[in-house]
Design a protein around this ligand. Sequence first.
Ligand code: ADP
Length: 475
Amino acid sequence: MANDTMIVTNTPARDLVSTNFVYCSLVDLRRLAAPGSRLVFAYVGDSWVLSVGAHDDVPNGSIGLNAVQRKYLRVSTGDSIPVRRFVPPENFKLAVLTLELDYLSRAKARDEQVDAVIVAQLIKRRLVDQVLTVGQKVTFEYLGNNFLFTVNQAVIEGQEKSDSERGLLSADTYVIFEAAGGSGIKIINQRESASSNLFRQKEFNLKALGIGGLGDEFADIFRRAFASRVFPPHVTSKLGIKHVKGMLLYGPPGTGKTLMARQIGKMLNGKDPKIVNGPEVLSKFVGETEKNIRDLFADAEHDQRTRGDQSDLHVIIFDEVDAICKSRGSTRDGTGVHDSIVNQLLTKIDGVEALNNVLLIGMTNRKDLLDEALLRPGRLEVQVEISLPDEAGRLQILEIHTTKMKENSFLAPDINLAELAARTKNYSGAELEGVVKSAVSYALNRQLNMDDLNKPVDEENIKVTMNDFLEAIDE
Ligand code: ADP
């Protein structure tokens, strides 16, 4: 490019919001634009890459910078500054961006809490598709205060291990905030910000997994319990995230708790998780139950000892956890045996602190019976209620359990699953599955020849009708 330097003028834009934008004439913009690119970026000064826009008020050969930009680029109006085209390379999206927040000016005298969830959204809305460079300063307004952030760290997608000099902010970038020393800024909801952000990238088709109507619960579980497991380790350490070690799914029987827990286990480590059940773990021999509990964790402990950080995640699903974890002192056998069982489980869960490779999922129909100590932070701390399905959920469940029949043309044309969903208020998923089975049995029964049970059934003619379903519901 012939002329690499431009004369600094004041920005024609009035707001401070545009601190990542600089302005020049249309002629200069064309000169700076890379062929075929929608966005124009330029090195301004030696290292910052800023977005360039055209503005009629800027003469050819000049570049409009605002006060913040001039200050941090150490130039004044009338100076000349190097401006060169910048073409973003491929794979330039930011995975992680760490920003140090400070006040530029404060409308409110008090120290302010800054909500990381909201501010991350705000920054992304304004700066999406913009290049951010480490060391760069950008201002924005939030709750009447003008903030300034400095880019502290940029990590490019797919290159999580090495820090980069700069990158392109995308809607999926997770933004980590640090408060500048002495700023008095308190950052809240940092964890939610990162995990909700991450969650948006994941879409789960639960119905395809055979789980009906629990989308919201699953999203909730994902955000609260999984997200930390999928962050790259350097992010978790930066965020100070401790992995969730345990969660509790509770609610009426037959609502899909086991289905969910299994699926979660599979998603997290790719294989079927270990499922045990409270009454099974209980032994009539003194001390044997405690040993059974210790054994549950033995694999994970062994794996951690021998493979350290390389250890797989061990998901342990504990059905009917209330059977062994009733409130201490609530059982009146007077022997204290029960208390010692609860203590053993608590010790094991607390010991998991050292292990990062265990996720315990407890399930119960009776949360009220559980020993409070089991529900404290660091134990089964994420608690999600799985309640009876609503009408939309019931429809999904009925669809799931009739998929095969439908594929094989066993459903009569008069079947109206939406109506059945409307008529089955307060049915659990398991009960709906029961209704389907029972309807099928009515249909099969019609095909049987009572006089000659050996006569082959005419498969072609098996049709489950709406009436079969209605009778099944009336049973
Ligand atoms: P819970 O653990 O809550 O007692 P389960 O997950 O064992 O219930 O459910 C028992 C059976 O009922 C499941 O295997 C499944 O066939 C059916 N079922 C229950 N809830 C659902 C659901 N939400 N979607 C699809 N099927 C369900």
